[in-house]
Design a protein. Structure first.
Lengths: 103, 254
């Protein structure tokens, strides 16, 4: 999955530069994958800009998300999966409201 | 349209699965990332006991983590706890293997693993390599009521590239992948549909699942959105302040 660089080059290149200095040098993956899909490391926060969010996530109002899900359904997608981040379980209720439009 | 959730597997992940079931979600997918989250089969076992309707799947299991025989046994055991509600999600491994400094496993090895798992679930004697030697293995007591190999366990393959999508089609499996935006999702499924058709599969038989990171914003947050490109979004739910992307600027993922 490639991310179009337009508008987020600073975020992507900045993160790559940071990652080149992860420790330990012989196992940079240890720090790289700490928090992977569980929480945001403080070192990474500055890269999570509004533009990055716009380009890489479904972040929108219920009405907008309903339209996007309908576009997916019309194209042949059968299921949408929402990863739930620990501590952010209220996203279940949020997405249940979007889901209601498809029942 | 089915709605599922991905769960960062924890000992008490059943609580999230149960709440999702109460809200009408159809699937709960548990990460299989042994260095990052808790064990998926233990957590799915608890969820199987606490829920009644929601489907429970690995999202996704990485074959190199355990012997195919152990995986087949785990699925059959789960299938005994939640008959007909279990899904086998599988992939060549990103986070689970990267977190140990490894790259993705070979597609052919994943295919062989899938073959062995399903042969065992069908009750067959299957020959497979264990510790460098071909050996015949079989579930020896399938009729003793110890687990459930009767109810089907659908296969869902995480597939991003043409080769893995062709494998998905050849195995007549369900298909899943991450998306980022609608234009990219449309491109992605078009590629999968092509692989599906080339394998001679009827178009209507393809079951496609899109994973997407997301945040539902309230209308109020849209009006007061302050996050601008180039500024970090520091709110507890940072995406809640991000304005929508204009469709004409939406980046493509492929």
């Amino acid at each position: 999955m490639n991310v179009a660089y337009d508008g987020i080059r600073d975020e992507v290149e900045g993160y790559l530069e940071l990652a080149r200095h992860f420790e330990p040098q012989d196992a940079r993956y240890l720090f790289n994958h700490r928090a992977h899909f569980v929480f945001v490391k403080p070192e990474e926060e500055k890269f999570i800009t509004a533009e990055l969010i716009r380009r890489t996530t479904f972040t929108a109002t219920e009405q907008e998300l309903t339209q996007r899900v309908e576009a997916l359904r019309s194209a042949g997608w059968n299921q949408i999966v929402i990863p739930i981040v620990p501590g952010e379980e209220r996203a279940l209720e949020d997405w249940a409201r979007v889901k209601a439009a498809f029942q | 349209m089915d709605f599922g959730i991905g769960i960062a597997t924890s000992s008490d992940a059943w609580k999230t699965a149960l709440r999702a079931e109460e809200l009408g979600f159809t699937h709960a997918w548990f990460y299989d990332t042994q260095m990052i989250t808790a064990d998926c089969f233990v957590a799915m076992g608890a969820a199987a006991m606490k829920t009644k309707k929601i489907r429970l799947g690995t999202g996704v299991l990485v074959p190199s983590n355990r012997l195919a025989a152990v995986t087949a046994n785990a699925f059959a055991t789960l299938n005994g706890l939640a008959p007909g509600r279990i899904d086998f999600g599988v992939g060549t491994g990103f986070s689970a293997r990267r977190a140990m400094g490894l790259g993705a496993m070979k597609l052919a090895e994943m295919e062989e693993y899938i073959r062995v798992v399903y042969a065992l679930l069908r009750g067959e004697v299957v020959e497979t390599e264990i510790e460098g030697k071909q050996r015949k293995i079989q579930f020896l007591n399938p009729d003793a009521g110890l687990f459930n190999t009767t109810d089907p366990i659908p296969l869902h393959i995480s597939a991003y590239g043409p080769r893995s999508q062709k494998l998905t089609a050849r195995l007549n499996a369900h298909w899943k992948c991450f998306i980022q935006d609608v234009p990219g999702a449309l491109d992605t499924i078009a590629g999968m549909k092509q692989s599906w058709a080339e394998a001679g599969r009827p178009a209507g038989d393809l079951y496609a699942t899109a994973w997407v990171c997301s945040c539902v914003r309230s209308p109020a947050s849209r009006a007061t959105a302050s996050a601008r490109s180039g500024n970090p979004a520091r709110a507890p739910r940072p995406c809640s302040t991000a304005p929508p992307i204009p469709s004409s600027r939406a980046g493509r993922t492929r």
